[in-house]
Design a protein around this ligand. Sequence first.
Ligand SMILES: O=C(CO)[C@H](O)[C@H](O)COP(=O)(O)O
Length: 237
Amino acid sequence: MGDWQSAAKRAAAYYAVDHFVQSGMRLGLGTGSTVAFVLERLAQRLQTGDLRDIAGIPTSEATAQRAQALGIPLLSFDDVQSLDLCIDGADEVDPSLNLVKGLGGALVREKIVASASRSMVVVVDESKIVPKLGTRAPLPVEVLTFGWQLHEAWLRSLGVEPVLRRTAQGEPFVSDNGNYIYDCHFPQGIDDPMRVEAAINNRPGVVENGLFLGYATQVVIGMESGDVVVKRVAEEA
Ligand SMILES: O=C(CO)[C@H](O)[C@H](O)COP(=O)(O)O
């Protein structure tokens, strides 16, 4: 990651916390390097007393540990069934603010938390903006370990190049949910995300895929120039 990208992620994260989070909110806390800056900013504003009585549901063990270390109060779905706002990163954002997520391996919990949130603010640097989903990042598909071997040929039959995600040691990567992930490369990008989402999620053994269609309400983009740009979903006519 270039220096400008790290600065852009921080700028987007700080902007999102400063403009969208209010005292008393119940938050969804996403996963990844941009969300790390979100947590940093939340902790700063809690310490100064500028924000009070906020608490969040983390979308990964990594986020839970980081939030705890920073003193951000955590909740679970035993405590609340809906959230005011979820803040999360993304691997791709298209012109309709549809997303690909999950390179950090937290897509299942991220989608559950986003679906329980009244709004979703996405924080990215400008390298994540794409004209078409599937052109920059592969689409992660989380599968149960039982029968994981069966999905590769099926995914290929959809015209996709699936690669089982592995650790640096060459072992299959295991998600927080105990599952494997196929990273699916679309040679021409994803032409019809809704059709792809339905086809993949209808397959026995597939837990979830990384397409987030219609979830984002705002996208905060940190630019290489240092500016921050906010995009909102188009208001319905
Ligand atoms: O979906 C995700 C994790 O599952 C992340 O939000 C996504 O990978 C972006 O990460 P980063 O902010 O590190 O670029």
